[in-house]
Every structure is written in structure tokens, then in C-alpha cells.
Design a protein around this ligand. Sequence first.
Ligand SMILES: *Cc1c(COP(=O)(O)O)cnc(C)c1O
Length: 453
Amino acid sequence: MSNYTKILLEEHEMPTRWYNIAPDLPEPPPPPLHPGTMKPATGDDFAALFPKALIEQEMSQARYIDIPEAILDVYRLWRPSPLFRARRLEKLLDTPAKIFYKYEGVSPAGSHKPNTAVPQVYYNAQEGIRKLTTETGAGQWGSSLAFACAQFGLECEIWQVAASYRAKPYRRTMMEIWGGKVYPSPSDRTEFGRALLAENPDHPGSLGIAISEAVSEAVTDSSVRYALGSVLNHVLLHQTIIGEEALLQLAKVGETPDVLVGCTGGGSNFGGLAFPFLREKLAGKMNPVIRCVEPAACPTLTRGQYRYDFGDTAGLTPLMKMHTLGHDFIPEPIHAGGLRYHGMAPLVSHVYELGLVEAISIPQTECFAGALQFARSEGIVPAPEPTHAIAAAIREALACKASGEEKVILTALCGHGHLDLAAYDKYLSGEMVDLDLSDADLAEALKSVPVIA
Ligand SMILES: *Cc1c(COP(=O)(O)O)cnc(C)c1O
């Protein structure tokens, strides 16, 4: 038998609907709040930020939403994406477990992010929007949005977290290739950015700060909107194409997962893979353990608090009930830039709070050790973010080796690491260290969470 098993779908088998988990949950998630009135936010509260179609999706109670043909047409550039059985990794680990990974690195930007960038740009284009603004951490989201804007003829402006702007020049080049304009954040283009630069000209920035800058730029011009690459309900909705495809692919080989693990930054690749499987679980058709994996240095679910907090540092967004480390929190500069966010998708927080999913955190050196085992057996060099999912899958596979259980493990390899080789360099040269979050620093950061009467 071949060492590689690649499970493919034909183009015509690609799902044509996204799955909305909201109506299937045993309790509805707490609504976002308007920070002025503390009343549930309405569509109008989001109207300066997002087009109407996306606001409707954000609040929708429809179980399925049809994917417009123009979006399917762009998806077909790389979708359906392959599901692999990691036979060579299984052999290396000498485990009776079966490990499957859904590979999203085949998209033009190299990650799962274009699954939502394309629909977000499409709906903005439909409503006559001229330009989108956004933030980017590791550069994955910025490049995905720039790619999607190029497909539909929109302008794209991106605030890239300064530390990553300096460390990752090639991601910036990619954004510029697709026509995006890129600024380091904090920038001198916004009032908030100028104030931070006045305090510290070498400010490293954070995702929360970059979101504030991109939002403040969008709300001043009615032909401009803002786009967010994770966290929101409509983003997770678009990402469910990952899980819907994976369900079909596993069915082709007659498998159902016993354990599903995914890395969580804002929760979109995790929700995208997990929610269709959670639907099956809630319907009693399968019973996988579903587990979020986050960095030990940014432990939002495992050590944060489930409270209403802002999505950005300046406090411009509606308040969202989510696990948070505090909107002022600036995570240590770990290499998985896409996981350095203080909050979590409200939908992921909610299913975690309901006990429908579990969460663990893993320090980065264990993640990179796992990534090398993966790359040397399976061949693909993972992005730093999914190395957390890989390390968790390896832990599970080694537990199966000890117990003799033949579990089926499923994960998402949500991006490749070709533009993250500097991180691998640090690991290979022995310079990478684990950055822990102390209880004192955590308590300090949590002080920024608003106290609600
Ligand atoms: C952005 C990103 C993440 C983190 O975001 P989620 O919304 O949690 O998926 C993880 N992996 C990759 C490759 C990313 O680009």
C-alpha cells in the first residue's frame, strides 16, 4: 500500500452551502452589546463597518446559507482541498491511531483565510463599496484579503502589526503583489496610532491596536468598509466549507473521527472544521471529542475569563461575550502570530462554556518539535499556528500507542509555513524559548475588561 493517502473530492462534489451552527445550539449565544447603551447591538450598530449581507449572516438563524456562484467560482481555484491520511507520521510515531489532516495551504494565500476573504469582498462589491480596510498579524489575513480584493476590483488597505511588518517582509510583498497598501501598526495615519507612537516610537503593535486603526479609517468614509479575518459569526460560517468537505471525504473512506483537534487564535479554522462535526455529534450520529489548542503564551480559553469585552484595543467595537485576556493584553512575541489575539470567537467561547468542546494549551517548542516530525514524514512545512494542532494530534497518537487504542484523529493543517521560515530557523538553531504568561501579568491584563453592572 502507498505511504500517502490523499482523499479528494471532485469539483462537482464541493459543498454549495455554508453551515450556521447558531440554530442548532442548545442555548443561543449571548448577543453582542452596544457599549454606550449596554443593550443588544442591532444591525445598525454594525452598518458603518460591514455590508448588509454580512450583517444578516452575522445574526442569521438559518441553518444553511447558499454560496453564490461567483464565490464558488473563485473557491474552485483551490477547492475542494485535499484530506490526507498521515500514514508516514503514524509510522514514525509507531501508533495504532489513524491521523487525518485537512490541508488548507493549497489556497493562493497559503491558508484557510481566503475561504472568508472571498465572500467578504464579494458582498462588499455587490453593495458598491470601493475600499476595504483591515489588520493583519502574521500577514496571512492581509494577503488573503488583498488576493480577494484583486479578484473583485476593490482597493485594500492593511495595518500590519509592526513587529511582524519588520520581521516578515515577504508577506508584505505578497500583499503588494495583489495590489494591497500596507502600513505598520501603530501608524502615523490614525489618531490612535500617532498617540501610541508618541509614547513609544518602536511600538511592536498588537492585533487589537491594528484593528482599532483599520476600523477608525473605515468609519469615516461611506464608500469604505472594514473586514475581519476571524472571530465573528459570519467568518466562522464561511469557514465551515472546511468541515463540510472533510465530512464527505471521511465518509468516502468509511471513517468517523474519535478526536478532532484544531488550533484557535480567533477560532475560525477551528470552528470551520469542527462545527459541521459538532452538528453530527449533537444529532447523535458520531461522538468525537472536540478540542481547541492554543499557545501557552496566549491562553484565551484555558486561562482567560468569559466576559463581555471589546474586540479591539481602543474600544471601538461592540462588546462581545467571549473568553478574553483583556483587550489591552499584548501577548509575548511567539512565532504563531495568528494566535496572538486577546479574545475568542463568541461562538467558540459559547460551545466551550456549554461543555461541547474542550481546550488545552501547548508551549511553542513542543509545537515546533512536532512540526519537524510532521515535515520530515509528511513533507509539508506547517505554518506556526497549526503546529499547535499537530502537537496535540501527536500527543493523542502517542497516548493511543500506550493504550493500544486505534482512534481516528482529525485536524486541520490550516496553512503552510513557507513565509515563516525565520521561526523554523530560531527553532533549529536552538534559540526558541517558551514564553509563559505569569499570573501577575494575566491579572494586570484582565483589569482592562469592562466591568458591567
Ligand atoms: C489566521 C490564522 C490562524 C488563526 O486564526 P483562526 O481564526 O483561529 O483560525 C491560524 N492559522 C493560520 C494559518 C492563520 O492564517
